[in-house]
Design a binder for this molecule. Structure first.
Ligand code: AMP
Length: 142
């Protein structure tokens, strides 16, 4: 497996070199909105530790990221009235991974509404900003 690339786009977001629509942050994880959401409120949860994917992440970092995925899922149900949540996570190109810093997709779902295809459409910045605000408030409220 290739080694971790410090210049991948999510590493740059984690270093603050690129912006994101942040919904949650703690000392070990960051969660922000996917800019090409497959459904409204589509979030990505990342460990802060450098890890390419599930094949090289430390067990404690993986466990923490999943705990955060649960936290933001519950908040999405409250904030978006989601009927369900789809969790996705891709590993290596053959597994569908495009950005090589481990991330968990948390996708709020409405009954009967199919997901858009991956990377179909960039969402408008004001829509993402508003959704991030709503989700961050719901996460902070627990
Ligand atoms: P994958 O590696 O297959 O899980 O795909 C990477 C995901 O990251 C896709 O859903 C993209 O829409 C998303 N993405 C790419 N660049 C950004 C960015 N700058 N901010 C937020 N999401 C992004």
């Amino acid at each position: 497996m290739p080694s971790y690339d410090q210049n991948n786009i999510f590493a740059k977001i984690l270093r603050g070199e690129l912006p994101c629509y942040k919904v949650y942050e703690d000392d070990k994880a960051l969660a922000f909105l996917d800019i090409m959401p497959r459904a409204p409120g589509h979030m990505l949860v990342l460990p802060k530790a450098p890890a390419r994917n599930i094949l090289d992440v430390g067990a404690a970092d993986l466990a923490h990221v999943m705990m955060v995925a649960q936290k933001v899922s519950k908040a999405a149900v409250k904030a978006f009235g989601a009927d369900g949540i789809t969790i996705q996570q891709f590993n290596e190109g053959a597994g569908g991974q495009v950005v090589f810093h481990l991330h968990i997709h948390v996708i709020p779902r409405k009954a009967g509404v199919p997901m858009k295809p991956p990377a179909a459409e960039k969402e408008k910045p004001d829509v993402l900003a508003e959704q991030a605000k709503k989700l961050a408030a719901a996460i902070a409220a627990g």
